[in-house]
Design a protein around this ligand. Structure first.
Ligand SMILES: [Zn+2]
Length: 298
């Protein structure tokens, strides 16, 4: 690691006492209170506790990640962990209480094409929370944005993000074999689980194509390589549909790229036929595929 990249506050936090394990830290310290599992000073909303545990057990391969969990369980004040939508992870006040908002299926596609699991998203927010717990003045100072228009503002947003990403996130990510980002950017997407980088959409499209092939159903133009499965971008598309369940369909728009549609929300409740070439308008209306215009040739 290049010393020139060292950022104040990016060094590891205090080590947990010898013998501390993730399993001991994940054992509730009392009965649930108002729907929150009690882990000392850390209170995890019960609906995401199983996913939280999976994430922490996975992260525990890095001792520094266990130190982060220890720091929250034994913090100077209480911190909540609550669910949020993919792409909305953050540390800040919720209902007047310090809270980590975490999407258990929220993975990140980095600028360089590498990926980070939802568990790494949780670790990242824990890094902010522990900084705030251990040194609220430094946290407040570093959370001020870099000057508008500066290269640092474009790359890192704030010194706090730079500190957290180039320190904790890089070290634990390297220990776990995760992707790595050298900026505060990335495209959030829905992963199959807290310790998984495989996209939920990718998995469901692949499963359905395998089923159709096993049934002998002809799926023209739907290839073996699935490069990207993204949410409907509200543009016009043409291609073959597959029904991936849960009220969603995916359309192969070419080169292994699939659009994912929510039938009720995106397609006015109309389910397109599988294995047939269909046009979708920018308004989500279905129509038969049109022949391409012949044009002039000579
Ligand atoms: Zn952050």
């Amino acid at each position: 690691m290049a010393e020139s990249n060292a950022v104040p506050g990016s060094e590891p936090i205090a080590r947990a006492p010898a013998g501390t394990t993730a399993a001991s830290l994940l054992t509730p310290t009392g009965p649930p209170v108002d729907g929150f599992v009690q882990l000392g000073k850390l209170h995890v909303e019960a609906s995401i506790f199983d996913d939280f545990k999976k994430a922490q057990q996975y992260l525990a391969k890095s001792p520094e990640a266990v130190d982060q969990l220890y720091g929250l369980v034994h913090g100077r004040t209480e911190v909540d962990v609550r669910p949020t939508r993919v792409g909305n992870d953050e540390f800040g006040a919720r209902d007047g209480r310090p809270a980590i908002s975490w999407a258990p299926q929220g993975a990140l596609l980095n600028t360089d094409g590498s990926q980070l699991t939802p568990a790494m998203g949780l670790l990242h927010e824990e890094g902010h929370a522990n900084r705030w717990l251990s040194d609220p003045a430094a946290f407040g100072r570093d959370a001020q944005p870099y000057p508008v228009g500066s290269a640092d503002a474009r790359t890192w947003t704030t010194p706090e993000e730079r500190r957290n990403i180039t320190g904790l996130e890089h070290r634990v990510g390297a220990a776990l074999g995760e992707g790595r980002r050298d900026d505060h950017h990335g495209q959030p997407y829905t992963a199959r689980g807290p310790a998984n980088i495989e996209s939920e959409g990718h998995h469901r499209v692949a499963e359905r194509i395998a089923e159709l092939k096993a049934q002998g159903t002809i799926v023209p133009a739907v290839g073996n390589d699935i490069h990207a499965v993204v949410a409907y971008d509200r543009r016009a598309h043409n291609g073959v549909f597959v029904d991936v369940g849960h009220g969603e369909v995916a359309q192969h728009i070419g080169r292994g790229e699939y659009m994912m549609y929510d039938v009720a929300k995106d397609l006015h409740g109309v389910t397109p036929p599988e294995g047939v070439n269909v046009d979708v308008t920018a308004q989500g209306r279905l129509g038969p595929a049109h022949e391409p215009a012949l044009g002039q040739h000579r």
